[in-house]
Design a protein around this ligand. Structure first.
Ligand code: NAP
Length: 286
């Protein structure tokens, strides 16, 4: 039977999250507390520049102060770490974000480790990753938490469902699996060494694709009526933005699907804002 999947509208859901963030920022303001995010960008990667601009714009709309630190491509590891150290100690800064990827020669792991866990609003630091692992966290991993927020908005239950996550990165796949597990999903994680991938994807009631390859998930890999979440941000052969899922074909089989653009992407930024407010509250013992 051919169906048309309901579109999960990331713009709509992210606006609801951002409205709540704005309310929180206003009520903190009434207590004399301002909320500030420091955004570091190194070099001139155009995609990073777009992401940073979008984050700053979203901060402004939510009433969050954003301070940009745009560093030269030739910045040394020591200079970057010294900046982060200053921001860690700056009581006016609640959250610190260093846009990845960094130019060659800079050690991303060391940079992530240098951000104070209390200001690590991306939730990349090992301390925050550990909190996510034990299911007890203040900062939510931005993209996975945005996805659970969308599932909640559309009343999609996770408990007892077969959930398959394709991808095991530290920023998407692994924390996504942890959040689904916390909600009592039965979770399978697939990666590039998985054999017979379709065996796992076709059993999934909830399928999350975080691979980074256009049209990677085809309709034959998807169970009838599945919820399909497309995390990928790619360019197709015509240079058009697309996800990992063959949207046209899969949307005829799935019950719910996220589009690209307009799906997961806006949720990631909304969660970042939410984390920045959480940081400000925690730092003010609220
Ligand atoms: P990543 O670090 O490159 O991870 C990709 C994952 O896909 C890896 O775990 C890799 O497996 C797996 N993979 C690659 N080829 C595969 C195959 N043939 N079969 C099964 N698994 C395969 O990427 P990421 O940072 O997680 O991001 C994934 C995608 O999401 C990218 O397109 C990125 O741009 C996008 N993204 C979007 C947002 C958003 O806000 N919408 C946020 C973050 C990322 P191995 O581990 O074995 O290599």
């Amino acid at each position: 039977m051919e169906r048309t999947a309901k579109i999960i509208d990331g713009k709509l859901v992210s606006q609801a999250v951002k409205d709540k963030v704005r309310e929180d920022v206003l009520s903190l303001g009434e207590k004399g507390i301002s909320v500030c995010l420091a955004v570091i960008i190194v070099g001139d990667n155009p995609a990073s520049r777009t992401y940073v601009n979008n984050k700053k714009k979203a901060c402004k709309a939510a009433g969050i102060i954003s301070r940009e630190y745009a560093l030269d491509e030739n910045t040394t590891q020591q200079e970057l770490l010294e900046l982060i150290d200053r921001l860690n100690k700056d009581s006016e800064v609640n959250g610190i974000l260093c846009q990845l990827p960094l130019p060659q020669g800079l050690d991303e792991k060391a940079v992530i480790a240098s951000i104070s866990p209390e200001k690590d609003v991306d939730a990349f630091h090992a301390v925050n990753a550990g909190h996510i692992m034990i299911g007890d966290y203040s900062f939510l991993p931005c993209t996975p938490a945005g996805i659970t927020e969308m599932l909640d908005y559309y009343g999609i239950e996770v408990a007892s469902k077969n959930c398959t996550v394709i991808g095991r990165s530290n920023i998407v796949g692994k924390p996504m699996a942890m959040l689904l597990l916390k909600r009592n999903g039965t979770v399978t994680i697939c990666h590039s060494a998985t054999k017979n991938l379709a065996d796992y994807t076709s059993r999934a009631d909830i399928l999350i694709a975080a691979v980074g390859k256009p049209n990677f998930v085809t309709a034959d890999m998807v169970k009838d009526g599945a919820v399909v979440i497309d995390v990928g941000i790619n360019r197709n052969s015509e240079g058009k933005l697309c996800g990992d899922v063959d949207f046209d074909a899969v949307s005829k089989k799935a019950s719910y699907i996220t589009p690209v653009p307009g799906g997961v992407g806006p949720m990631t930024i909304a969660t970042l804002l939410k984390n920045t407010v959480t940081a400000a509250k925690l730092q003010n013992n609220l």
